[in-house]
Design a protein around this ligand. Structure first.
Ligand code: PGA
Length: 254
């Protein structure tokens, strides 16, 4: 598939996998995906598996991501993880503002903006998640919600930082539900997000930013989703937990 921007497909393992299970998964992915050069492939294990997974993928085309990070540097923040700690394991990407964290940890756009600044200050790349709930979509508020979230969580970034930021559009109603947005719904939302970036920064920056789709991505729908002009990758949950399905999502997207 000939895309304007290089695809980035990330597996968000969420709160799954022991170290041994995580190693099994990445060993399988390494074998299956060794020849893939067209896609940036990222695995995002829980913090407890970062160290071992990092060593296991050292000599591969897999890159490492974390699922969250503190907005603060080192200090008295019990239970938190700082950027410097992630860098120790060669983490390159950090998922921020996933809808589960927005919902359960009450993360706000302002907090996500602070985290995004800290991720960039450490020369890591944030994957900033946005997306509307079912109630918001049904009451025609999708664009309003995306406007607020995109502006609120990306407002402090410089132009250079924005280009190195990945945005993940994840309609909350499609996450873990088996319901995927139609390709048209995904394309429309992605194009809208890109138009917002053009307003906040400019057209040339907006054209460079990669926007992932997330929400029940699977091998059977990845090709069609990735073929949309403004869909530049995927953030995959459930289907990223098995070698076969994650590898097939990537292979089908090329
Ligand atoms: P899902 O999760 O693929 O299981 O729907 C996606 C996500 O939450 O990132």
């Amino acid at each position: 598939m000939n895309k304007e921007r290089k695809l980035i497909i990330a597996g968000n393992w969420k709160m799954n996998k022991t170290v041994a299970e995580g190693l099994d998964l990445v060993h399988g992915l390494k074998l299956e995906l060794a020849s893939v050069k067209e896609v940036d492939i990222v695995v995002c294990p829980p913090f407890t598996a970062l160290s071992e997974v990092s060593k296991a993928i050292l000599d591969s085309n897999l890159r490492l991501g974390a699922q969250n990070m503190s907005e603060n540097g080192l200090g008295a923040y019990t239970g938190e993880i700082a950027a410097g700690m992630l860098k120790e394991f060669s983490v390159r990407y950090v998922i921020l503002g996933h809808s589960e964290r927005r919902q359960y940890q009450k993360e706000s756009d302002a907090l996500i903006a602070k985290k995004a600044a800290s991720v960039h200050a450490a020369a890591l790349k944030p994957i900033v998640c946005v997306g509307e709930t079912l109630a918001e979509r049904e009451s025609n508020q999708t664009e309003q919600v995306l406007d607020t979230q995109v502006r609120g969580s990306l407002c402090g970034l410089t132009r250079e930082q924005m280009v190195e930021t990945v945005v993940a559009y994840e309609p909350v109603w499609a996450i873990g539900t088996g319901k995927t947005a139609t390709t048209q719904q995904a394309q429309d939302a992605h194009a809208f997000i890109r138009s917002l970036l053009a307003k906040m920064f400019d057209e040339s920056i907006a054209k460079k930013v990669r926007i992932q789709y997330g929400g029940s991505v699977k091998p059977s729908n990845s090709r069609e989703l990735m073929s949309q002009p403004d869909v530049d990758g995927a953030l995959v949950g459930g289907a990223a937990l098995e070698v076969r399905s994650f590898a097939d999502i990537i292979k089908n997207s090329i």
